[in-house]
Write a protein that binds this ligand. Structure first.
Ligand SMILES: NC(=O)c1ccc[n+]([C@@H]2O[C@H](COP(=O)([O-])OP(=O)(O)OC[C@H]3O[C@@H](n4cnc5c(N)ncnc54)[C@H](O)[C@@H]3O)[C@@H](O)[C@H]2O)c1
Length: 328
């Protein structure tokens, strides 16, 4: 039996708890959260116990930790878990500071432990099927990637103030998609952006709409367009143009019912937000983590991927602030 301690009993912690108790041979032993009510409710739901971080790290029976607590806690928890030789599943981003993220990477590598970073989009069945067909050569060599990533609405401004900015908070996932799909690293990044949906976001020093252009080391091109607001819901699409054709990954809808009337032909809007759209991806990601622990295989989204995506987010932030192309 693999005993696990879960850090964070918030939105994503609840999803991860539900997925991890479904893994064969895995037990949710402890829930750790600075909010005792949140910790107690989640622990009770799954027959776990509430513990402090010290107690969880000191217990040799705990072989793995799942970190779904607030972003500013990740680096310290990764460091402590690596030192205690516990396997790590940690939500994105590794940290908001590239320096601290690189220190975490070094600690993890030196400890020789498994560390998965939560880029769940790679585990989404539609995106993974596209990647498989791309790798099988169906459209030849990939040349261009266009990513559309729009949220249904912005988070509260208090969250935006501590989020690290749109590039580190939101586009970090799109930067990971870019690296994964094109199988290449960025040579240059140009990012521009505006505050178009809510002036309070500008007052908080951030933007809500971005357009990013990346050129890779092999000369491939990518465009990423994002918005914190889409009136029709969560819009998550991308297309890859290759030498022999194109592959597109579209949105998922709650149902495939189409209504045709004298007025219009209509269908469901995309699934509401990430908890719905990536429900299966989160489950697959958790299964992959414990499979990797059982078999000793490498994880598909490692701390190196976490650091690389953060490098791009940092470059995009600099590009936007300084209105210039950033070379990597
Ligand atoms: N991969 C994804 O799609 C995805 C989606 C949502 C959130 N996230 C990431 O997950 C993390 C949590 O986001 P959320 O939306 O669940 O936030 P949330 O605010 O709902 O939950 C965070 C929880 O962490 C707890 N916490 C704070 N400090 C702690 C500490 N020192 N030890 C233990 N618990 C602590 C809080 O009390 C809270 O219950 C963030 O880093 C976020 O970037 C990833």
């Amino acid at each position: 039996m693999t005993d696990v301690a879960l850090f964070g009993a918030g939105r994503i912690g609840k999803i991860h708890a539900g997925n991890l108790v479904r893994q064969a041979g895995v037990r949710l032993r402890y829930v750790v959260d600075v909010n005792p009510t949140a910790a107690g409710e989640l622990a009770q739901k799954y027959g776990a116990q509430v513990r402090s971080a010290d107690q969880a790290f000191d217990d040799a029976a705990v072989k793995a930790v799942v970190i779904g607590s607030s972003t500013d806690t990740h680096a310290d928890l990764i460091r402590r878990a690596a030192t205690a030789k516990k396997a790590i599943f940690c939500e994105k981003p590794v940290d908001l500071s590239l320096t601290r993220a690189r220190e975490c990477q070094k600690t993890v590598i030196e400890a020789g432990i498994t560390c998965l970073i939560g880029f769940q989009r790679r585990y989404d069945p539609t995106f993974a099927a596209l990647k498989e067909r791309l790798s099988a050569g169906e459209i030849g060599e990939p040349e261009m990637l266009v990513v559309t990533s729009r949220d249904p609405g912005a988070p509260p401004v208090d969250y935006i103030k501590v989020s690290g900015g749109i590039f580190k908070d939101m586009l970090i996932h799109d930067f990971d998609i870019f690296r994964w799909i094109l199988g290449d690293e960025a040579a240059s990044v140009y990012a521009t952006g505006s505050c178009l949906t809510d002036p309070a976001i500008a007052t908080a020093g951030d933007i809500d709409s971005t357009a990013v252009t990346i050129r890779t080391k092999k000369g491939r091109l990518a465009q990423i367009n994002t918005s914190r607001r889409a009136a029709y819901g969560y819009d998550q699409r991308f297309e890859v143009l290759g030498s022999k054709g194109m592959l597109q990954a579209g949105n998922h809808r709650p149902t495939e019912v189409i209504a045709a009337t004298a007025a219009s032909v209509s269908r469901d809007k995309p699934e509401h937000f990430f908890l719905e759209r990536y429900r299966v991806a989160y489950a697959n990601e958790m299964a992959h983590f414990f499979d990797a622990l059982a078999t000793g295989a490498l994880v598909r989204t490692s701390i190196d991927d976490g650091v690389k995506a953060l490098e791009l987010a940092e470059a995009a932030t600099t590009s936007w602030r300084e209105k210039r192309i950033v070379e990597l």
